[in-house]
Design a protein around this ligand. Structure first.
Ligand code: C5P
Length: 208
């Protein structure tokens, strides 16, 4: 089946984990579109450019597949740089075609912020994945530090960073983070990754 499944939501809500496992279960390709914005920010920083001030369009147009697999794309500097560069309309336009080309031939599970609203408004299924900010901060802490006991200051800092990034993503004028009207809400506060996947696979099987 050439399904296009759009998975949107705020930072660290579990959408990446869900999109990856859903794609594997349905044998569809997976695209994490956050990596595109992260790769543009990384290249800009390496070139001495400021993602919040300088134009990223040319770098976005020239992005290569290898640029999406760098190991340093998930560091805090790139979190901030990606969300800054994501406010530039020309960068978003340059990345739009790439996202559409990826999914159109074979179907795909695509995760991001504006997939169900802008990139694939006619997706076969749209999911909007959320969790409360403290739960998301704890998950991000565990991603960064494994099983280390969470410390209160670090969690407070991560909660603030996550809330700042969400605010920025939701308030920008171009392609803001928002739930498409026809997106199904998936709240993951009380569900682990396996339970979220089972729930969504149930939704997919009921529809297709
Ligand atoms: O999903 P991830 O946290 O890796 O995304 C990094 C940043 O890229 C987000 O905070 C957001 O500003 C931007 N982004 C976006 N649109 C997407 C995916 C990511 O604006 N479809």
């Amino acid at each position: 089946m050439r399904l296009i499944i759009a998975v949107d939501g705020p930072a660290a809500a579990g959408k990446g984990t869900l999109a990856k496992s859903l794609a594997a279960a349905l044998r569809l390709p997976h695209l994490d579109t956050g990596l595109l914005y992260r790769a543009v920010a990384r290249q800009m920083i390496l070139a001495g450019l400021d993602p919040a001030q300088d134009a990223g369009e040319t770098i976005a147009q020239r992005l290569q597949p290898d640029d999406l697999t760098r190991s340093d794309l998930r560091v805090p500097e790139i979190d901030r740089g990606a969300s800054a560069v994501a406010t530039q309309p020309a960068v978003r336009a340059a990345l739009l075609r790439r996202q559409r080309d990826f999914a159109t031939a074979s179907g795909a599970v695509i995760d991001g912020r504006d997939i169900g609203t802008v990139v694939f408004p006619d997706a076969d299924l749209k999911l909007f994945v959320t969790a409360s900010a403290p739960v998301r901060a704890l998950r991000r802490f565990q991603q960064l530090h494994g099983d280390a006991p969470p410390d209160r200051d670090a969690l407070a800092r991560l909660t603030e960073e996550i809330e700042t990034r969400d605010r920025k993503d939701a308030e920008r004028p171009v392609s803001p983070l928002r739930r498409a009207e026809d997106a199904l809400l998936v709240e993951t506060d009380h569900l682990d990754a396996g339970a979220v996947l089972d729930h969504v696979l149930g939704l997919v099987r009921a529809r297709f």
